[in-house]
Design a binder for this molecule. Structure first.
Ligand code: AQP
Length: 333
């Protein structure tokens, strides 16, 4: 059976709608047909220097949202990255295969380091995509469901996999394929609809958060930036705000964008926003309720994560042993 791996960082008290539509929805679907492994990548989150208690809380809250969205621990492995030390070990090896120039070309590093400024930028932010490649390659991953913003990092993972196979021999690692669903690959900030919606970088009014109060979700949708025109039409270049709302509407209602546009012919933006707010709130409410149940039972949650880590670690060690052997690292007695 082909294997799927994907992960998210615990960088916020709630996932945002882009995380859900761009990736998590696919995680849930793919576990039906693939061997699925999903992770809360807390080591990655260290790159933004979170407070101790905040990181611990967000790690559980992120896992709770995966489960609430439908990741089934009886089908999929779910674990916390720092519980499987092989991730950091393989990242070191991969860093010795990565050119400075190719790491420096990563646009997410450029964007994030520009946002935090030179004094806030750290080496971990720079080597982030190398750790991400380790996350993926450790599990002989065939398919990686992610949003558009991760495409370049995925390309680096593929390049590194091919490089390992060339230098250490075919079959050292599996070369992963991205799984990016075009329609929902990039959900935009509600206030700045030419920028992607982001846990850390969107302002409170630009976000739809999975765990947010329904009133705030509705308020943000109703206050979404549109344009001075009045026609409801899908035109991402010319009408990014309205097009983003139509994308979200289509994803949650299951109806084609053309049908939605036809239904709203002659109507105002306000009508579309009021209806969309209701659709999104109705959809998210049960997910939010289930996430709260997991958050209120941390022992149960930690047990799921412990079982996932133990199984993930066993798989990861086989890959790491193979790579260490082919590198010629002297095995311990
Ligand atoms: N706006 C988006 N539209 C579609 N997909 C998105 N993803 C993120 N934003 C959008 C996808 O969600 C997953 C989250 O991965 P991550 O937690 O490692 O961080 P990220 O990609 O950098 O996402 P954020 O929300 O912007 O987090 P922060 O603020 O921590 O950097 C990935 O599959 C991503 O593609």
């Amino acid at each position: 059976m082909t294997r799927v791996f994907s992960a998210m960082q615990p960088t916020s008290d709630s996932l945002q709608l882009g995380n859900y539509l761009g990736a998590l929805v696919e995680w849930v679907k793919l576990q039906e047909t693939h061997e699925a492994i999903y992770s809360v990548v807390d080591l990655h989150a260290l790159t933004v220097a979170p407070d101790r208690d905040v990181l611990t809380r967000r790690t559980r809250v992120t896992a709770a949202q995966f489960l609430a969205a439908g990741v089934d621990p009886d089908r999929s492995l779910l674990f916390v990255q720092s519980h499987v030390p092989q991730h950091a070990e393989l990242a070191w090896v991969l860093s010795t295969f990565t050119g400075m120039g190719e790491a420096g070309r990563m646009t997410q590093f450029k964007d994030k380091s520009a946002q935090v400024g030179e004094s806030g930028t750290n080496v971990g932010l720079f080597t982030y995509p190398v750790l991400m490649a380790a996350d993926i390659l450790l599990y002989d991953t065939n398919v990686v469901p992610v949003g558009e913003d991760q495409r370049q990092h995925l390309e680096l993972s593929r390049d590194l996999a091919q490089r390992l196979n060339t230098r250490l021999g075919e079959g050292t690692v599996v070369v992963p394929e991205p799984h990016i669903v075009k329609a929902t690959a990039k959900i935009f900030d509600l206030q700045e609809p030419t920028k992607k919606m982001s846990k850390s970088f969107s302002g409170p009014k630009g976000l739809i958060e999975i765990l947010d109060d329904p009133k705030k979700v509705a308020k943000n949708i109703k206050a979404a930036a549109t344009d001075s025109d009045t026609v409801i039409r899908f035109d991402p270049e010319g009408k990014p705000g309205v097009s983003n709302l139509l994308t979200i509407y289509s994803a949650f209602s299951g109806r084609a964008i053309d049908q939605i546009v036809a239904d709203y012919e002659g109507k105002m933006y306000g009508h579309l926003k009021v209806d969309l707010a209701e659709i999104v709130v109705d959809y998210l409410t049960p997910i939010r309720d289930r996430a709260m149940e997991w958050i209120e039972s941390p022992e149960r949650l930690d047990e799921v994560l412990a079982q996932g880590a133990s199984k993930a670690s066993a798989i990861a060690q086989v890959t790491l042993d193979r790579i260490y052997d082919r590198l010629g690292l002297l095995p311990p007695l």
